[in-house]
Design a protein around this ligand. Structure first.
Ligand code: M6R
Length: 593
């Protein structure tokens, strides 16, 4: 995925604004970046492209400009080079394009254009777009853009500017893009935090729509069009309630730590839902002939925990499927099936594809998302916002515990015990609030100091803590690059215990429930093979070499148990000299398959 930001308005420092906007979107892609500004005085396009993180850019004075676009890249087609960074430009250089997504037929288009004499400079799929626009430019900028779009196959969010054009044009199909409306100015961006310092008024763009923002004297005008029939579309302005500071890391060294600490409040926000809506969904789950819980990565592990919640609390059998594997189950989908998708970003391509498979069979879709107006939310029949606020670190933390909380509450609603569930979650939230204090962080940092040079770690859990063992492994892997693996505690003796040797850190996730003694016995087995046992548990046990205390919250234990692991993963990354916010090879939202 990549980050896109564009500005057209009455401010003269649009280029600096784009640089700042891209810094706020850096979590979306951080291998290279670039921008194009329409210079006020020439007029000409100024292009800047750099390899590396935009946050490392110390800045220069840019020429005056009211119109600029920019892009932070996460490479898909073509290596990480300055030439491959966006914007990509046309043959004559007068048209500049930034793009998020994949143009599937770019090779065919490239060959076609090459035969007409077009020369390509980059290895990107994107470069065909400005060349195509230039091919049709005699029809006018707007028509040329439409003609070019008609030739593209695949997913995209595209923003284009042209020399001598007081215009920004953009189009969306399958990749996120939204518009912010300020006073006599418009922003177009991949995500809301990019323009939050300027406006909270948002206009959502649907797939197969394009927009044109034009400068008209001191004012700016915007028009939206349906790409299928060119008809004009009216858009509503939605005021979002995110605050600018929610999307900043403030005094924290990293977003990951800030977002971990946000969990003092986010659980309560997640469960603050309309009772009628929760009951409606509970009835839908009760009446469904087959319910599938679907997500990827951390959201997938949350779905797996949801499977346990529904079984244990509501005695309801549901199926957990990783989104990228969902199509294998298409035989079992009917118009009486319910699909529950969980996604922080609401833009994950594998989830969207699974939803397409389900929709073809008439399946009803409920989503739990964090990003309002995201593709997944808009394509769902019902949707709950988890209200965690912007999550910018690649590692999902507060979104995961919010999703777990909401799924747990839904399970209680299905069991006809909504108030009991709400009470348990409110009590858990209050205990999490107490737990997340500086002393707790210092304590876990000291545990991290003991183990950060290890290259392997294993995590075990049972029942609803088994998915959390898997989630713990993801957290540790993605930010510290330690090889971490999670197992169902009972599976150890069926193979994984062969991996245990002297001093290997083993995290043991426990809850004071019917599984407690079994898991302690498994920890004893690990210890007798030399494992260094770190117990994450409401009570201490002699088998632990280190004890990380968590509050006793009974059935909500996955929510509290994962938090110290998030903190541990954070410190492991920092102690190993890694930036936990921007792990190598990963992107915050995976909008490609
Ligand atoms: O935006 P989504 O929740 O759909 O993202 C799903 C996964 O890509 C995501 O959870 C990923 O596994 C995280 N980086 C894990 O921390």
């Amino acid at each position: 995925m990549c980050g896109i930001f564009g500005y057209l308005g009455n401010k003269e420092n649009s280029t600096e604004m784009v640089v700042e906007g891209l810094k706020r979107l850096e979590y979306r892609g951080y291998d290279s970046w670039g921008l194009a500004s329409i210079l006020q005085e020439k007029p000409a396009i100024e292009i800047v492209k750099k390899v590396g993180k935009i946050s490392d850019f110390k800045g220069k004075k840019f020429a005056k400009s009211h119109i600029a676009i920019g892009h932070s890249r996460w490479a898909t087609h073509g290596g990480v080079t300055q030439v491959n960074a966006h914007p990509q430009t046309s043959e004559k250089g007068g048209i500049a394009v930034v793009h998020n997504g994949i143009i599937e037929n770019y090779q065919e288009l490239r060959e076609e254009l090459a035969q007409e004499g077009h020369k390509f400079k980059s290895e990107t799929d994107t470069e065909v777009i400005p060349h195509l626009i230039e091919r049709y430019i005699e029809l006018g900028f707007e028509k040329a853009f439409r003609k070019a779009l008609a030739r593209l196959k695949g997913r995209f969010a595209i923003v284009v500017v042209g020399e001598k054009q007081e215009t920004i044009m953009a189009a969306r199909r399958g990749s996120p893009m939204i518009v912010g409306k300020g006073k006599d100015e418009y922003f177009v961006a991949s995500d809301i935090p990019a323009f939050l310092p300027y406006t909270r008024d948002v206009m959502y763009i649907d797939d197969n729509e394009m927009l044109i923002i034009k400068k008209n004297g001191e004012k700016a005008e915007i028009n939206f069009f349906n790409l299928k029939d060119n008809s004009e579309i009216e858009k509503r302005i939605v005021e979002i309630d995110w605050d600018y500071t929610d999307a900043e890391k403030g005094d924290f060294d990293h977003f990951m730590l800030k977002e971990i600490m946000d969990q003092k409040e986010t659980i309560c926000r997640a469960i603050n839902q309309d009772t009628k809506e929760i009951m409606k969904v509970a009835e839908r789950i009760k009446g469904a002939y087959g319910t599938f819980l679907v997500g990827c990565g951390t959201a997938g592990k949350v779905c797996m925990a949801g499977d346990y919640f529904l079984s244990k609390i509501a005695q309801k059998h549901v199926n957990f499927v990783v989104a990228s594997e969902f199509s294998a189950y298409h035989h079992f989908l009917t118009d009486k099936t319910l699909m529950v998708v969980v996604s922080q970003s609401g833009e994950t391509a594998d989830v969207l594809e699974a939803m397409e498979v389900a929709k073809k069979k008439g399946v009803q879709i409920l989503s739990l998302v964090n990003v309002e107006g995201s593709s997944i939310q808009r394509q769902s029949d019902y949707s709950f916002l988890i209200n965690a606020g912007p999550e910018k670190a690649v590692a999902s933390t507060k979104a995961a515990t919010s999703q777990l909380s909401l799924l747990l509450m839904i399970a209680y609603a299905v069991a006809g015990k909504l108030e009991e569930g709400r009470k348990l979650l409110i009590e858990s939230a209050s205990k999490i609030n107490d737990m997340l204090n500086p002393r707790y962080l210092t304590y876990i940092k000291a545990v991290a100091e003991k183990i950060y040079e290890q290259e392997n770690m294993y995590i075990i859990g049972k029942g609803e803590n088994y998915p959390m063992a898997l989630e713990s492994a993801i957290k540790i892997q993605e930010v510290s690059y330690i090889h971490a693996e999670g197992f169902a505690a009972g599976e150890l003796k069926h193979g994984p215990i062969a991996l245990i040797e002297g001093g290997v850190p083993c995290l043991v996730l426990l809850s004071k429930d019917e599984n407690y003694q079994d898991v302690i016995n498994n920890a004893v087995e690990l210890k007798s093979r030399g494992g260094y046992i770190i117990g994450i548990s409401p009570e201490n046990n002699e088998v632990f070499d280190q004890w990380i205390k968590v509050p006793d919250v009974n059935g909500a234990s996955p929510i509290v148990n994962i938090i110290p692991v998030q903190i541990l993963a954070y410190y492991l990354a920092v102690l190993r000299g890694k930036n936990p916010d921007m792990p190598r090879n990963l992107a915050k939202s995976v909008t490609v398959k």
